[in-house]
Ligand binder design. Structure first.
Ligand SMILES: [Fe+2]
Length: 284
């Protein structure tokens, strides 16, 4: 069992760095922490960065999770390799690009690229939002899956992930008290399905709703409230069709006593206020 303690970053390839930089700052409200001619690093909390946009294939997505102890990190590498999973060893250049002391990369059964990282860098400076957005932290990702049951088994049997609820076949999973850190949504290809930032209240969600609408940003779902995690939410689309989410009020669960619930796959399982999702993976 590989113990994950945190989600760290996503890396997103793009042909249009400038458009992503503009959207991440002017719209999402993130802070640029570093950039080179081929990369832009942004954050909304004290992690070194939450998203690295890099010049490359727009379908090339990687999600990183952290392991706390060196022995667990080394054991994880062995365990995955012994299970026949191809491991790509980290390089000095890769460590420097990822701002971590150690990492390796593998793919989940759908082909989602995952970095497991050890001692990722902390940024002690206060997060400086680029607008009054109220972001508190990067909190979870949705990944696409080509077989939710198979990938749920992969994550829950090899890692300390628990399913805290299902919406249809889609598992909402976590390794800590936050209701979900990783959710898997069925479709026909791998990739990042959405990127979540927690904000400080419903006022920030509603203020962003108006702000985004004024700027003709595609609102994809919400404002609404998830009955599973109880979080209020707003989903919207950025360059390269990346879906971003603001949410507030995610449920904390006590792993020993929480019992996962099976929600049917319909609109009210995604929003009990009545919003209709315009996100392919949320529509039956
Ligand atoms: Fe979400």
């Amino acid at each position: 069992m590989i113990p994950l303690i945190d989600i760290r970053y996503v890396r997103l390839g793009t042909q249009d760095l400038a458009a992503n930089r503009h959207f991440a700052t002017e719209i999402v409200g993130l802070e640029v922490v570093d950039e080179t001619p081929s990369t832009v690093y942004v954050r909304g909390d004290n992690r070194d960065h939450n998203i690295c946009y890099f010049k490359g294939d727009p379908s090339d997505h990687t999600t990183a999770f952290e392991i706390e102890r060196e022995a667990d990190y080394e054991a994880a590498e062995r365990e995955l390799a012994d299970a026949g999973i191809e491991i790509v060893q980290g390089t000095a250049e890769g460590r420097s690009e990822r701002r971590v002391e150690a990492y390796f990369t593998f793919a989940d059964p759908s082909g989602n690229k995952i970095d497991l990282v050890y001692r990722p860098h902390f940024n002690p400076e206060p997060f400086m939002p680029s607008r009054k957005v109220g972001i508190e932290e990067f909190s979870h990702v949705g990944l696409k899956t080509t077989d939710a049951a198979r990938d749920e088994k992969f994550w829950t049997q090899r890692f300390n992930m628990r399913v805290n609820d299902w919406i249809g076949p889609a598992p909402l999973m976590s390794f800590d008290q936050v209701h979900h850190r990783l959710a898997l949504f069925p479709t026909d290809q791998p990739g990042v399905q959405h990127i979540n930032f927690q904000v400080d209240g419903i006022d920030s969600i509603m203020r962003s709703w108006y702000y985004l609408q004024e700027r003709q940003v595609q609102i994809r779902f919400g404002p609404g409230r998830h009955p599973s995690s109880s979080a209020m939410f707003l989903y919207f689309e950025g360059p390269d069709k990346i879906i971003y989410e603001y949410s507030h009020g995610v449920r904390l669960v006590t792993p020993d006593t929480w019992r996962p619930r099976q929600f049917p796959f319909d609109n009210k399982s995604f929003c009990f206020w009545g919003a209709t999702p315009q996100i392919d993976e949320f529509v039956e």
